[in-house]
Design a protein around this ligand. Structure first.
Ligand code: GAR
Length: 212
């Protein structure tokens, strides 16, 4: 695991101090299975992350994350992107839902929608994303397939602050994963997810600490 140092771009002014004793309030965005939602919830339960999950927002009615949230006793809200006229309109609804549930941080845990300035302006330096590659390599959709097709021998995952350009923004933590000769997208993604589950709760704690 490689942790980025406190480069000037990562030094955040203290305009919104959070005492370390106060749990940070997370709004989670998820589109799929929700395994990252579950590890964040478990890290909180285990006392490894001083946070509360205020709400899980999901955009696919059949996403497995809805069942997981139910099982974990988490508040969940479906905002189906197909019912919104634009990306901005979806993000406005997300901001409203996060405000209703009093979330202070936005955690994109497998969120497969491109975000707009609407969301970024509402949570400056408080939106984190996890991506299944060592950014800046292989941004966008199908990062695991892209890595396999490119022939790289090492890939991995990245947690970063979210900026407007897709999968850009200062990196908080990365973890490397070897690409094995007989890997398929599924086997490689599975090993990447093991690392995602290690670094995501840690990256959230680190980001919160930098603001405290
Ligand atoms: C994760 O591997 C995450 O890195 C990826 O979606 C998966 C969600 O898994 N995100 C992206 O590709 C974003 N560009 P999960 O639903 O089991 O947490």
């Amino acid at each position: 695991m490689i942790e980025a140092g406190l480069t000037p771009s990562l030094v955040v002014p203290d305009q919104v101090p959070i005492p370390s004793s106060t749990p940070i309030k997370l709004g989670l965005l998820a589109s799929g299975s929700g395994s990252n939602v579950e590890v964040i919830a478990k890290a909180i339960q285990a006392g490894q992350l001083n946070a509360q999950i205020q709400v899980v927002i999901y955009n696919n009615p059949t996403a497995k994350v809805a069942e997981r949230a139910e099982r974990l006793g988490l508040a969940k809200v479906l905002l189906n992107h197909r019912e919104f006229a634009s990306r901005e309109a979806l993000d406005q609804a997300i901001v409203k839902t996060l405000a209703t549930h009093q979330a202070d941080w936005v955690i994109m845990a497998g969120w497969m929608r491109i975000v707009t300035q609407e969301l970024i302006d509402a949570f400056p330096r408080r939106i984190l994303n996890i991506h299944p590659s060592l950014l800046p390599s292989f941004p966008g959709a199908n990062a695991v397939e892209q890595a396999l097709q490119s022939g790289v021998k090492i890939t991995g995952c990245t947690v970063h602050y979210v900026e407007l350009a897709v999968d850009s923004g200062p990196i908080i933590i990365q973890a490397a994963v070897p690409v094995l000769p007989d890997d398929t997208p599924a086997t490689l993604h599975q090993r990447i997810q093991v690392q995602e589950h290690r670094i995501f709760p840690l990256a959230i704690a680190l980001a919160a600490q930098r603001l405290s």
